[in-house]
Ligand binder design. Structure first.
Ligand code: DO4
Ligand code: MG
Length: 281
């Protein structure tokens, strides 16, 4: 089952049909434990369509915080160790990769997040920028994993590499996060063979592509959720980006107008263009 957001409307895609409810309390829905089973029954009272009734999709978020895990794949550890070598920060990444406590950082709320088809930004004071394609968990208020979406944890590698203490500036700014196109709701676990793929196009040419299976992740989802919910309450639920396993080569940086496509099997494709301008959200 896939859950889409268009304005305040919720659209559920289930067994080839679409069900729409025009005014939904998203915070109630996303904080709910057992959302898949709840919606399975609920959509029978919703308006039914054979085709998707709306083409404009919003990121599926309202009052939720988006957090992100870092250095959960060896590729991310290696890239970070290299970029922070000169600043003397390399050891931190090596240590956190093997530590019990994961790296978790606050990424964004809805006001800095865009959906599919919209623009993500690179910072004007950064010279080295990459997208980070990340499987993203929807976690209920009680800490249960209720669904999965696609996240783009836009990152400045030049700011982060200058000093690891600059991480919040490398990660958090207007239009720094993308989420969507939908939330996959299921009561089954995702297969370790599920692939995340990234494609970056410039002037209609693919300039970078790569893919990775989620089984390559060093940590379990349960472990990440355990640390995130240890001392924080999330009454409306939360999103957790689970880290990147794909990092373009060091000579690659994003340019204005690039198109970033992140696909995850079973969820879909999140497409965003790269911009600079501080457009209002
Ligand atoms: O420690 C820096 C951030 C790591 C990160 O965002 C990732 O591994 O995905
Ligand atoms: Mg990341």
């Amino acid at each position: 089952m896939k859950l889409y957001k268009s304005g305040d409307r919720a659209i559920v895609e289930e067994s080839g049909l679409y069900y729409e409810e025009s005014s939904v309390n998203w915070d109630y829905l996303l904080g709910k434990t057992g959302l898949y089973q709840f919606l399975k029954a609920e959509i029978l009272n919703w308006k039914k369509y054979d085709l998707m009734p709306h083409s404009m999709l919003d990121p599926p978020i309202k009052s939720q915080e988006i957090w992100a895990a870092g250095v959960t794949y060896s590729r991310s550890k290696e890239a970070r160790m290299e970029e922070s070598q000169e600043a003397g920060g390399a050891d931190f990444y090596d240590k956190v990769y093997d530590a019990d406590r994961p790296e978790l950082f606050f990424k964004a709320m809805a006001n800095r997040t865009v959906g599919t088809g919209d623009q993500v930004n690179i910072r004007k004071d950064s010279v080295w920028n990459v997208p980070e394609p990340e499987l993203t968990l929807l976690i209920s208020a009680t800490g249960t994993i209720e669904g999965y979406t696609i996240g783009n944890d836009m990152s400045s590698r030049s700011i982060e590499g200058e000093n690891p203490l600059y991480l919040p500036q490398a990660k958090v700014y207007d239009r720094c996060a993308a989420l969507g196109p939908c939330i996959l709701l299921t009561d089954k676990q995702l297969s370790g063979d599920t692939e995340i793929s990234l494609e970056i196009c410039r002037h209609d040419k693919v300039v970078f592509m790569d893919k990775i299976k989620i089984s390559r992740m060093k940590r379990s989802f349960a472990d990440l959720v355990f640390y995130l919910y240890k001392e924080c309450a999330f009454p409306y639920g939360s999103f957790l980006m689970t880290g990147t396993g794909i990092v373009p080569p060091d000579d690659f940086t994003l340019a204005e107008g690039d198109i970033v496509k992140i696909s995850i099997q079973g969820i879909g494709t999140l497409v965003n263009t790269i911009g600079f301008k501080s457009q209002k959200l």
